[in-house]
Design a protein around this ligand. Structure first.
Ligand SMILES: [Zn+2]
Ligand SMILES: [Zn+2]
Length: 300
């Protein structure tokens, strides 16, 4: 008895949250990882469409997931792909695994710069596919990657910026604990015309800096967390025409289901919370966000 009681909370954490009330107008989940959500693509799309999340941007993090993203985007008209080596993947290719976070099935042996070159060459090939609407996620992550990996990470980021510019595609940025260096390197390289900061985590001042530079800011589940008033201030400081919404699923599940598995069909929680923060009606925010997503990724 006591045993099953103590087990139930941890089991509950694995239970997918129920579907929320559908949104009044279609929106896009601007950043998701369907390959990590344990459902078929058809089922993910069906659940999302039932709540008016009708477009998904499927994001690649390494060669394998980038190849998968292109396949899915080619097979399903409502999915669009981005391809890249994640900021934590680049140093792993060069230096090998620095910890076990990725699990044994994706173990990387130290391959030096040659491994980064080979993987990036494959990303360049994939990036040319018409189903690919963006280069990412790339950027910097100083939370997971220590000082040893910074050089490889920055070099990889610079190459991805150049690729986005060469192909005229959007650049999708992952920035974790690295705001100043991300902005500096973008300025040094010259940013592509269309840039998205995914899961924006800066403050209001940084939101203004990004908006002035013409970047788009995508908000995820953390904007619904009670403690994140600073992030809501950043949302209020962002011009409406620069705002996107995303899940980054299976991570960052919005309230009231924080800690349980995330998926695109949970976008309505984040979007409704954002509308309340901005004191605008939900339908208007849906329309604005959908238009912004289409413009920044050049979707038809
Ligand atoms: Zn990310
Ligand atoms: Zn992501």
């Amino acid at each position: 008895m006591s045993r099953s009681k103590s087990q139930s909370p941890s089991n509950e954490r694995d239970v997918p949250p129920p579907a929320p009330e559908p949104l009044p107008a279609p929106v896009a989940d601007s950043h998701t990882h369907l390959d990590m959500q344990g459902r078929s693509t058809e089922e993910s799309l069906r659940l999302a469409a039932a709540v008016n999340v009708t477009t998904l941007v499927q994001v690649g993090c390494d060669v394998r997931s980038s190849e998968w993203a292109v396949q899915q985007a080619s097979a399903f008209p409502s999915i669009h792909a981005t391809v890249a080596l994640h900021p934590n993947e680049a140093p792993r290719l060069v230096l090998g695994d620095m910890d076990q976070w990725a699990g044994p099935d994706t173990h990387r042996a130290a391959g030096g710069t040659a491994a980064l070159d080979a993987a990036f060459a494959r990303i360049e090939e994939l990036a040319a596919d018409p189903a690919v609407v963006g280069i990412g996620e790339t950027g910097l992550d100083y939370f997971r990657t220590g000082p040893d990996g910074v050089a490889a990470q920055q070099e990889s980021f610079r190459r991805h910026i150049a690729l986005a510019k060469r192909l005229g595609k959007a650049l999708v940025i992952h920035d974790r604990d690295a705001h100043a260096d991300v902005l500096r390197i973008l300025a040094e390289e010259g940013a592509p015309e269309r840039v998205v900061f995914h899961c924006f985590s800066g403050d209001a001042a940084m939101a203004r800096t990004c908006a002035e530079a013409g970047y788009h800011l995508s908000f995820a589940g953390p904007v619904t967390f009670k403690a994140n008033e600073e992030l809501r201030e950043a949302l209020r400081a962002t011009p409406r025409e620069r705002v996107l919404v995303e899940t980054d699923a299976p991570f960052l599940t919005p309230m009231p289901y924080r800690g349980r598995p995330n998926a695109p069909y949970l976008i309505p929680h984040t979007l409704r919370s954002m509308a309340s923060t901005l004191a605008i009606d939900v339908k208007t925010l849906c329309e604005t966000v959908d238009e912004n997503t289409r413009r920044v990724f050049d979707l038809v």
